[in-house]
Design a protein around this ligand. Structure first.
Ligand SMILES: O=P(O)(O)O[C@H]1O[C@H](CO)[C@@H](O)[C@H]1O
Ligand SMILES: O=c1cc[nH]c(=O)[nH]1
Length: 335
């Protein structure tokens, strides 16, 4: 059901669902990013407010037209470290330490580019990633980018897997284990599909053989609106359920195929899918939620865990670009 949407009248008891055909991507995009908004064509200027970029103030095709890989993740420091790491992995000139934040004029998001790779932070949760993605997707469109692959590299809570395992998402599901992203638009609930690119997930799994020092697997990723009660944690400021109910819920999630839990994947999958971007979600598990709620691993261990998705994606990008692995073990810096 990729590319389709249904609305549920939030105020109607009949809750009729009807297809939103205007949201279907054209199969003939020629690798360009698809923007599903007729109003954009009527605007003389588009200000990408939260990125501190715009179509009048910046030459977006010159700045970004050759971007082929976009990597996103919650933390600005992680995404800076990833850009610096990629700089080295691509064998580009200089140390990469001096890469500038393209969005320095705003402190909402941070963005770095090195070679054909763009690295951007998105903050925590669906509202934050959704704003960033609206502006990023328009940026790629204005820049006339073609054949872009976009990957979220994040952290998550594992479900029945060893801490430090990396999960490549096949399907992003909501907190009811359904492959859907629901958003209220003009008072109606719009339901969008959360399919991700299966071939890309398999390609990433194949690349994981190049980084064999941690387990990598494919599974469903559950996306929630909250880190605490929303993920069945007993340790928030509020908790309205027993530890038995929590475990029963997490076990049901595991039986439904969920292997990790985070807070952005459904919105990411839905928005990228509708706009014709090949997308993947690759997150490391910081703990096994069947064993506890608090993240107890030492900071050094957590830093090394965060580098795992970055190393896998570096292997993938190098392979796509036909580059050989660099000599010696390379690691992202410790952000
Ligand atoms: O590690 P990142 O990418 O920030 O994402 C995960 O970490 C945050 C919670 O700690 C949530 O945003 C969740 O999705
Ligand atoms: O348990 C976790 C860990 C990281 N991110 C989440 O959303 N949940």
């Amino acid at each position: 059901m990729r590319g389709s949407g249904t609305t549920t009248g939030a105020n109607s008891s009949a809750a009729a669902r009807r297809p939103l055909t205007r949201l279907c991507p054209s199969p003939r995009s020629g690798g360009l990013v698809l923007i599903k908004n007729p109003h954009l064509d009527t605007m003389e200027e588009d200000i990408l407010y939260h990125l501190d970029l715009g179509t009048r103030t910046h030459n977006l095709p010159a700045m970004f037209g050759d971007i082929k890989f976009v990597c996103v993740g919650g933390s600005p420091n992680r995404m800076k470290a990833f850009a610096q790491f990629m700089h080295k992995e691509l064998g580009l000139e200089g140390s990469g330490e001096d890469l500038a934040d393209i969005c320095a004029g705003t402190d909402r998001y941070a963005m770095y580019r090195t070679g054909p790779v763009l690295s951007i932070s998105h903050g925590m949760g669906i509202p934050s990633i959704s704003i960033m993605l609206h502006e990023l997707i328009k940026l790629l469109h204005h820049a006339k980018c073609r054949d872009v692959t976009i990957i979220r590299i994040g952290t998550s809570g594992g479900l029945g897997i060893e801490a430090g395992s990396v999960v490549i998402t096949d399907t992003a599901v909501d907190a009811s284990f359904q492959p859907r992203f629901e958003q209220v638009v003009l008072g109606d609930v719009v339901v969008r599909s959360t399919d991700l690119d299966r071939d890309l997930a398999e390609e990433l799994l194949a690349c994981s053989k190049e980084v064999p020092d941690f387990p990598t697997l494919i599974g469903h990723t559950m996306c929630t609106y909250d880190f605490y009660e929303g993920q069945g944690r007993l340790d928030g400021a509020l908790c309205s359920f027993s530890s038995e109910k929590k475990l029963e819920y997490l076990k049901r999630a595991h039986e439904a195929g969920v292997r990790n839990i985070e807070m952005e994947s459904t919105a990411f999958a839905a928005m990228c899918g509708l706009c014709g971007l090949k997308a993947a979600v690759v997150c490391v598990a910081l703990l096994d939620r069947l064993e506890g709620d608090q993240i107890r691993a030492p900071r050094e261990v957590l830093r090394e865990y965060q580098q795992r998705p970055q190393r896998l994606i570096a292997a993938f990008i190098r392979r796509r670009l036909g580059l050989h692995p660099p000599a010696g073990p390379a690691l992202p810096s410790s952000n």
